[in-house]
Design a protein around this ligand. Structure first.
Ligand code: C5J
Length: 226
């Protein structure tokens, strides 16, 4: 077992039954001219998570941990996109509209795919999800069960939306979740801060929070002993 110095207390996990889950590090959210920027957001706030997350990803791969990536998006005919999601707000571009990186949040389009810096390796699972949570409308839960996964180390964007929804869904299903504070990001720094506080509040009502340094030093110490 490996122990990470976390809030609200130590997070103990077995890397063999733990998955690193990287949520929605897609061009549409993280790159200039993607969907996120067309909504008026500053994507540099999300891009700051890339360097620490690259380090965590490299270490997870080197230690043989399961790595799972998710992508938020829809089938081309939008049949899996409820009107409540499609029609909300007054964006300059809606889901499915043609944008500079292809149709916004549509599977198979350039903008929908994961950024080059965190590109999945062959054999790593990529879960396409129509919603904010990773369990809704996907095979994520079945894939975790098939692999005997009981703990999730969660990173990606955005902290208060898809990361939070996934952690809440996972917590209700009995998974022990560690959220990496510097490997998650939001267009709204205040939402990021409060979302992390919410995870660890009340004795860890949704899980645990630590930064990547704490996780990496725990994994490195475990490697040294092994
Ligand atoms: C959003 C996400 N924010 N991946 N998606 O719409 O958090």
């Amino acid at each position: 077992m490996t122990t990470v110095d976390a809030a609200p207390g130590a997070y103990t996990f077995d890397p063999a039954t733990t998955a690193l889950v990287i949520i929605d590090m897609q061009r549409d959210f993280c790159e200039p001219e993607g969907f996120g920027e067309t909504l008026g957001n500053d994507v540099s706030l999300l891009r700051s998570v890339i360097p620490p997350l690259q380090e965590v990803l490299a270490t997870a791969r080197a230690t043989g941990m399961t790595v799972i990536h998710t992508r938020e998006g829809h089938v081309p005919d939008l049949s899996d996109c409820p009107p409540a999601k499609l029609n909300r707000g007054e964006p300059s571009l809606r889901i499915g509209d043609p944008g500079p990186k292809g149709r916004i949040l549509i599977r198979g389009e350039y903008g929908h795919d994961i950024i080059d810096e965190l590109k999945p390796e062959p054999g790593e699972l990529v879960i396409d999800k129509p919603g904010k949570g990773s369990f809704h409308g996907t095979t994520f839960g079945a894939e975790l069960e098939a692999r005997g996964i009981t703990s999730l180390v969660v990173a990606g964007v955005t902290t208060e939306v898809c990361v939070h929804t996934t952690v809440r869904e996972a917590n209700d299903r009995g998974y022990e979740c560690l959220v990496l504070s510097d490997c998650t990001g939001s267009y709204f720094p205040e939402f990021h801060r409060v979302a992390l506080e919410m995870v660890a509040a009340q004795g860890g009502i949704f899980g645990w929070v630590a930064d990547s340094t704490a996780l990496l030093s725990a994994l490195t110490a475990q490697e040294a002993v092994a």
